[in-house]
Design a protein around this ligand. Sequence first.
Ligand code: GRF
Length: 206
Amino acid sequence: MSAAYKKNVVIFISGTGSNMHALIKASEQLDYPARIVGIISDQEAAKGLEIAESYGIKTYFINPKACGSKASYENTLNETLVQLGTDIICLAGFMYILSAEFCTLWDGKMINIHPSLLPAFKGLNTHQRAIDIGVKFTGCTIHYVSAEMDAGKIIAQAVVPVYKEDTVDILSKRVLSAEHILYPKTLQALCDTDISYDRQSFYHAG
Ligand code: GRF
């Protein structure tokens, strides 16, 4: 694929960055339709920043506390995104809650991965809640980001079983393995389709 046709993707992280890593690895394939042009973190100690640097990808620690206000923080985010020529934002374990204004600005161009089969288990502690309630299947969801948390239109899902003896640790590893397959596949499908025009849910995995 000619480099000119690749979409410019920026990934937002706050921590480990294993999904970010899966996206970076996928983007190293010559025919992958996205290039990762930058990683932005709201946490200086995010482990994912080191991983990205080891691939020679530009990283940015943008500190919400140093920006003074949410509006000023999000302006800085936006300026960085524009400088990088961003087509698509992938949230991957980004814990900062973006404002409705920011979500509107990037509407249809910002996606997130969530560790449950939405609309079940929005928010945090998804695996503990899945185990507690006794669901037999859970998984992960990729969705567009909207102002309401974990409520944007669903793009893709992958399903994993939940076993009686599962702990949060075991289940989260099973779900993460599915995430690492689903996120690169979904980003590829979105880039191939043109994210800004086709907003239909079209892809299922599991
Ligand atoms: C993943 O479980 C993702 O679904 C959720 O946060 C976690 C991030 O993990 N949004 P990592 O930083 O990608 O390893």
